[in-house]
Design a protein around this ligand. Structure first.
Ligand SMILES: *Cc1c(COP(=O)(O)O)cnc(C)c1O
Length: 231
């Protein structure tokens, strides 16, 4: 990648976002398709959380950034189960756990490699052929099974509204996601399950983050707002 990095622009947009976002919201800079130098520019401006959607791309970038030891890496893209081991080794967070089978596998692998990654379940609140995700009811039913995961930290729920959603519908989906997190937390507590407080809501991208924040998002994942339009 030879494109030049507009470091002052990146720093300025990060500063703007820090002013705009409530303190309860963590900003994840989505660096997918950007070079390691983009990550460096954001890091120099104080950014420490970065999101990537592919394991291989993240590993290549990390290899160029070994001097930046306090970055928290978030996997936000779909994870194939054959890449789960690499993902556990590469990322601190996995936001896109879209099946119980994948969660089982991550839990098992994490035990073997002595890591305890933080995860969010990706929930699909509307039918959407372009997205994977668990149905709300599947998650509620699976509480006892999730309760048995001792090698992952279940942090919360991630969701992405269908691309064509109106603002009103996107807001509704974000609110449903928050309500589902509250319902699961209550139900898990009732069942004596102590590792399932769904405190984090990973919601909001460049096009819809203000709606997500309005609905209670705690983790926004922004790429284009920080780094400029993606080709
Ligand atoms: C690409 C991506 C983002 C960031 O999108 P922007 O439009 O660049 O803000 C957030 N979440 C997921 C899951 C993504 O794949």
């Amino acid at each position: 990648m030879t494109e030049t990095v507009d470091a002052p622009g990146i720093a300025q947009r990060l500063a703007q976002l820090r002013q705009e976002l409530p303190p309860s919201v963590k900003l994840i800079a989505v660096s997918k398709t950007r070079s390691a130098e983009h990550v460096r520019a954001a890091y120099a401006a104080g950014q420490r959380d970065f999101g990537e959607n592919r394991v291989q791309e993240a590993m290549e970038k990390q290899a160029q950034l070994t001097d930046l030891t306090d970055i928290t890496w978030h996997l936000i893209g779909q994870l194939q189960s054959n890449k789960a081991r690499k993902a556990v080794e590469t990322f601190d967070w996995i936001h896109s756990v879209d099946s119980l089978k994948l969660a089982d596998r991550i839990n098992r692998i994490s035990k073997e490699c002595d890591r305890c990654p933080k995860i969010c379940f990706q929930v699909k609140h509307r039918s959407d052929p372009s997205k994977t995700g668990l149905e709300p009811q599947d998650l509620l039913t699976a509480i006892p099974r999730i309760c048995e995961y001792h090698h992952i930290q279940v942090e919360g729920l991630m969701t992405i509204p269908p691309l064509s959603s109106s603002d009103a519908n996107a807001l509704k989906i974000f609110q449903e996601n928050r309500e589902l997190a509250e319902l699961i937390t209550t139900e898990a507590k009732r069942l004596g399950c102590t590792n399932m407080a769904m405190k984090q809501l990973s919601m909001g991208m460049s096009g819809d983050y203000s709606l997500a924040v309005q609905a209670g998002s705690t983790l926004v994942r922004l790429g284009q707002t920080i780094f400029g339009a993606r080709g």
